[in-house]
Design a protein around this ligand. Structure first.
Ligand SMILES: C[S@@+](CC[C@H](N)C(=O)[O-])C[C@H]1O[C@@H](n2cnc3c(N)ncnc32)[C@H](O)[C@@H]1O
Length: 447
């Protein structure tokens, strides 16, 4: 066994504990722990798999553990049991004896002999008796909740919004790891040229059938490539790439990106402008502006100006009707990206959704005044929640009779998903393996 394997399980426990304590995002914490413990090579993959898998499957793991735990243990012990059981149930390549050994060692090191023996006892009993059957759960929604580890309130909400079949497909897809996709920087090279560069660097790649500037990375992490470092590509999900197309950009336009950090869509807009015009990129958080600037520098884009500003006050900084296009890629619940940030499904509540909708409407209302007559306002989110999507859009249109729904301009690869002439599109993760995203478009009336 690799001498670092123990560190991997301990590091996994650290990440799970930190997520519970600080309510921080799993992807950020995981990167911090990988750096801190200098975890490299295949251990990075195992750590990522254990952390994400344990969070993804938390409700199922708790259901399986419940009959074997007499008294609620400390949180760290519960997390140790969860991550150990995750390996036993879902990771074929890890032998049970290795799982028992590591769990007992961690139990001793972090607690005492009694904890080690409790952990050992629970895991060995489950190995002997098998995990409890889900057939004992009568209600189909409760069963789906446990089976796919999504809180019941979310399952109930989605079932009411989209029906059981779509909800099931979405929940199952949310358990799978997404394929990495990259956007080519068309200012520097064609997709064919970038495919060749990545292949020459040893990546298994495929052109996206959905987005003309996208490439799917079937093996490897493109963030470690020279192609990335030299600004030929950006790491971006295909659904997210669709948003900039909806802006229907042409050269020399002035574009406001009202919620821009870390700058994924800002870069795409600047590329679609072909280096002409200007993108004003705003974000509420000053520390995130650095990310937009670094991104623009790496991509060699000079038509981006980034500044920290609350978009709800945008008209203090910009003249009314001064932008051809405005993008509001709004703060949202993120329920479309649960494959990447699985902890969100347990941390968000209905109250959060209501508060977010409030902010979304305020940002839209403020930035609407900055759109030129005949110009477009595009609203997007990475959620599948109807209140934040159609709900926000309908409220905005009711309150702003100077805007009208505008048919979405999208790449042909998405045409099957969007009703002809429609001004909104809801993308589900199960549609083509992209993130759950919502895109809508409005035009400011000429008079
Ligand atoms: C969905 S993310 C944007 C992602 C970005 N458009 C991209 O493609 O990389 C939403 C962003 O809105 C920012 N934000 C939240 N409230 C804001 C506000 N009132 N004004 C400006 N930005 C805000 C957040 O800091 C966050 O970076």
């Amino acid at each position: 066994m690799n001498k670092n394997t123990k560190n991997v399980r301990e590091a996994a426990l650290d990440v799970l504990e930190a997520i519970d304590k600080h309510q921080s995002y799993s992807n950020l914490l995981l990167n911090q722990v990988i750096k801190k413990h200098k975890i490299t090579g295949p251990d990075t993959g195992l750590l990522t798999e254990i952390v994400y898998g344990t969070i993804q499957r938390k409700l199922a793991l708790d259901y399986y553990l419940r009959p074997f735990i007499k008294k609620q243990p400390d949180n760290w012990v519960l997390n140790l049991l969860r991550l150990s059981l995750y390996q036993m149930v879902y990771l074929d390549r890890v032998p049970d004896r290795a799982v028992f050994y590591e769990a007992v060692e961690i139990g001793k090191k972090r607690g005492h002999k009694g904890i080690a023996s409790l952990v050992n006892g629970v895991l060995r009993s489950i190995q002997r008796q098998g995990i409890p059957s889900l057939d004992d759960i009568d209600s189909p929604l409760e069963r789906l909740s446990i089976e796919t580890s999504h809180p019941l309130w979310l399952i109930q909400k989605w079932e009411a919004q989209y029906g059981l079949e779509t909800t099931r497909a979405m929940c199952e897809e949310n358990l799978l790891a997404p394929v990495q996709t990259v956007r080519i920087n068309k200012m520097k090279a064609t997709r064919e040229e970038v495919l060749q560069m990545l292949e020459a660097e040893g990546f298994a790649v495929q052109p996206s059938p959905i987005i003309p500037v996208a490439i799917r990375i079937l093996k490897g992490n493109a963030v470690h490539s020279d192609t990335y470092r030299n600004g030929y590509i950006s790491i971006q999900d295909e659904s997210s790439m669709a948003v900039a197309f909806a802006l229907d950009i042409s050269e020399n336009m002035k574009v406001l990106d009202a919620c821009a950090a870390p700058g994924g869509k800002t870069g795409h807009i600047a590329e679609l402008l072909g280096g002409t015009g200007l993108v004003n990129a705003l974000d509420l958080h000053p520390h995130k502006i650095k990310l937009i600037k670094e991104n623009a520098d790496r991509l060699g884009l000079n038509n981006i100006e980034a500044e920290a500003l609350d978009s709800r006050d945008a008209s203090d900084a910009f003249s009314l009707e001064s932008f051809d296009r405005v993008l509001v890629d709004a703060p949202c619940s993120g329920l479309g990206v649960l494959r990447r940030k699985p902890d969100i499904k347990y941390s968000k509540s209905q109250n959060d959704i209501e508060a977010l909708q409030n902010i979304q409407i305020k940002i839209l209302s403020e930035t609407a005044g900055l759109v030129k007559k005949g110009g477009l306002l595009v609203y997007s989110t990475c959620t599948v929640d109807r209140e934040e999507n159609d709900g926000t859009v309908n409220q905005f249109l009711e309150q702003h009779p100077d805007f009208e729904p505008h048919p979405l301009n999208l790449p042909l690869g998405l045409s099957e998903l969007v009703e002809s002439g429609s001004h909104t599109l809801q993308i589900f993760p199960q549609d083509f393996g992209g993130d759950g995203f919502f895109i809508s478009s409005f035009k400011k009336k000429e008079s």
